[in-house]
Design a protein around this ligand. Structure first.
Ligand code: 5GP
Length: 178
């Protein structure tokens, strides 16, 4: 399928499954090399990163653990009004090597929030693995060591990412057609 329609928007294939898997394999190899002997704990951020996480983890060959976290928005008392709470971390992160597994870093604010939260739990080190990064949109300084692909600012779906809940199931990545 070269183009798909989701609700009011049309999308065209921009990154094929084959290209995605090539870059996911590269990132997995880098992690296998860099984090050998560290028994990393991968924290996959749901929902968007489920497909990336599955393909990445199949290629991780060093001893490791995996767990899943979620960000829940709720109205709270803050300057912005909306606070994102990290839920689902039940493990003891003390002295652990953590790898946050995200689908996409856009402004970087979500990742910053995750780093702050995980940082309070006394890990030894925190690494970031993101399937996609939109470098031109980044608002905060982040050290994204394991980025599979950089992309332009356009809105994308597929391979775990959604538009209004739909489109996560496609194996390729699609970009919105204006
Ligand atoms: P950030 O906090 O870095 O601005 O945003 C990160 C979140 O925004 C991602 O986890 C994802 O849910 C959403 N996001 C950013 N860009 C896109 C995009 O192009 N497509 C989709 N489907 N979600 C996006």
């Amino acid at each position: 399928m070269d183009t798909i329609q989701i609700k009011d928007k049309k999308f065209a294939v921009s990154i094929t499954e084959q290209e995605i898997l090539r870059e996911v394999t590269r990132v997995a190899n880098e992690i296998n090399r860099d984090l050998a002997g560290k028994n990393p704990l991968f924290l996959s951020v749901l929902n968007g990163s489920f497909m990336f996480t599955a393909d990445l983890m199949k290629r991780i060959t060093i001893p490791c653990e995996i767990s899943f976290v979620k960000l829940a928005s709720y109205q709270g008392v803050s300057s912005t009004g909306v606070i994102k709470e990290v839920i689902g971390i039940n493990e003891d992160l003390t002295d652990r090597t953590i790898v946050i597994v995200e689908d996409i870093v856009d402004t970087g604010l979500t990742m910053q929030r995750l780093l702050e939260n995980i940082g309070t739990r006394n890990p030894k080190e925190i690494h970031i693995a993101s399937l996609l990064v939109k470098p031109d949109k980044l608002k905060v300084a982040l050290n994204i060591e394991y980025a599979a692909m950089n992309i332009p600012n356009d809105f994308i779906v597929g391979y775990g990412l959604d538009y209004d809940g739909f489109g996560r199931n496609y194996p390729d990545i699609y970009t919105v057609v204006e």
